[in-house]
Write a protein that binds this ligand. Structure first.
Ligand code: XMP
Length: 479
């Protein structure tokens, strides 16, 4: 190779989208729907990453409810991953799985605190085994002067409550709510243990909402990750039996013979499977994986917040260039791409989609939400949630522990991490995060003069930033 052969690569922060004439009257009139494979349509182009501190069923349910999709990570045994998929497929958007509750010995003061902190107007009153004892609404305690008054004397007791069974259909629930003029319908099993709650507002919204990303049967969409070695075919079959909508190959360097062979085998041996393959960063890789049968391509080598692949290995590709190159090649072959990693702000989403990606995958942006499986950490009174790269030391150890309780010290020595273990600020619900992200995207599309993602890509004109232009763009007053 000669020095002249070295080309330049760009990342999101190296460019801005040039503002274009806009025919968009309101952000709301912008259409953000997209297809990530021929059959999978999302209402918002956002995918939560298949990482063990990001996506299990709770995150996947929340993502699909907001119009995107979550990809369940694969670092659990086959049955558990399939059960996570089933949980999403069974989730009813109108059922609150874990309704706010309070013990029967609690006081009105405690109930007021929970209601105001969590912004709810009612609580289920339960015993230690979560058996339903009553409902306490804010109206029941509005005029109670003494905060020490027990809730048990103020609640509507169980005998006066109408309840439903956990598998109740939306029609049945609506009928019960309507006939009895109810606001809330607790769901209980045969032993009267609380299994959920339906509110008339939620069921109405769910039946009239077009936001959730759903399959043909009206169930939430969900994807699941698999590897390319060992029992991956068994895993794929189990996930398909659980009715996963798409399988995602979770491989750091996806341009390899083993990935190509795995795609061929999956397409041949697992009926009806749709495979998104990756991760890659070049045209040649896209061509090879699509030729092998991939239904979608995931792009990104090293841009992720917890990735140290580039520093450890010296290999990688600036993400904007990778997305543009791969999307161009994928387009020619009639396949979509997902830009995976390195999204820091909503502006980066607009740039990734303008560069040709059909959707973005994000890890760190969602790790701090209520729905991620990570644990809480508090530092100097501020709440954080754990976030780790899947090639980090800790994730490597957890993976080895899945197979055996005792790990050989040599195996520990052999680990060369390509990811870090860290934490990200706690930021509330996925709903709020997606709302902010999609709001930014909608505005970005309007600046680019686009009413849908196809137009965004067509109209997109990037301008490259000088050092001082980048400073002018990103160095802003804090808080
Ligand atoms: P963000 O920036 O959204 O990136 O947090 C999420 C993506 O990062 C990738 N990932 C890794 N890459 N080493 C890497 O080089 C790792 O340990 C690692 N863990 C996750 C992955 O593509 C994810 O979707």
């Amino acid at each position: 190779m000669r020095i002249d052969d070295i080309v330049e690569g760009l990342s999101y922060s190296d460019v801005l989208l040039v503002p274009r004439k806009s025919g968009v009257d309101s952000r709301k009139s912008v259409n953000t729907s997209t297809n990530i494979t021929k059959d999978i349509k999302l209402n918002v182009p956002i995918v939560s990453a298949n990482m063990d501190t990001v996506t299990e069923s709770r995150m996947a349910i929340a993502m699909a409810m907001e119009g995107g999709i979550g990809i369940i990570h694969r670092f659990m045994d086959i049955e558990k991953e399939a059960a996570e998929v089933t949980r999403v497929k069974r989730a009813h958007s109108y059922i609150i799985d874990h309704p706010y509750s309070i013990g029967k010995n609690a006081t009105v003061g405690e109930a007021r605190e929970i209601m105001s902190k969590d912004g709810v107007s009612g609580l289920l009153v339960v015993d230690a085994s979560r058996k339903l004892l009553g409902i306490l609404s804010d109206r029941d305690i509005r005029f109670v002067k003494d905060d020490k008054t027990p809730v048990s004397g103020q609640m509507t007791p169980r005998r006066k409550l109408v309840v439903g069974h956990p598998d109740i259909s939306p029609d049945e629930a609506l009928k019960l709510l309507d006939k009895n003029r109810l606001e809330k319908l607790p769901l209980v099993d045969k032993k009267d243990v609380v299994k959920g709650l339906i509110t008339s507002k939620d069921i109405y919204l769910s039946m009239h909402s077009e936001k959730p990303a759903k399959d043909r049967k009206g169930r939430l969409l969900v994807g699941a990750a698999i590897g390319v070695k060992g029992d991956y075919i068994d895993r794929a079959r189990a996930l398909m039996r659980a009715e996963a909508d798409v399988l995602v190959l979770d491989i750091a360097h996806g341009h390899s013979n083993s990935v190509i062979e795995a795609i061929k085998k999956l397409k041949k041996e697992v009926e009806g499977v749709q495979v998104i393959a990756g991760n890659v960063a070049t045209k040649e890789a896209v061509e090879d994986l699509v030729a092998a049968g991939a239904d979608g391509i995931k792009v990104g080598i090293g841009p992720g917040a917890a990735c140290i692949t580039r520093t450890v290995t010296g290999a990688g590709m600036p993400q904007l260039t990778a997305v543009m190159d791969c999307a161009e090649a994928a387009d020619k072959m009639g396949v979509k791409t997902i830009a995976d990693g390195g999204i820091k702000d909503s502006g980066d989403i607009t740039k990734a989609l303008a560069a040709g990606a059909a959707a973005v995958m994000m890890g760190s942006a969602f790790a701090g939400t209520d729905e991620s499986p990570g644990y809480f950490v508090t530092r100097k009174g501020i709440k954080y949630k754990s976030y780790r790269g899947m090639a980090s030391f800790g994730a490597n150890i957890s993976r080895k522990r899945l197979d055996k309780a005792e790990i050989d010290p040599q195996e520990v020595f052999d680990i060369v991490p390509e990811g870090v273990e860290s934490s990200v600020p706690y930021k509330g619900s996925v709903k709020e995060t997606v709302y902010q992200m999609v709001g930014g995207l909608r505005s970005g599309m309007s600046y680019a003069g686009a009413t849908d993602l196809e137009q965004l890509r067509k109209n997109a004109k990037f301008i490259r930033l000088t050092f001082s232009a980048a400073k002018e763009s990103y160095e802003k007053l804090q808080g």
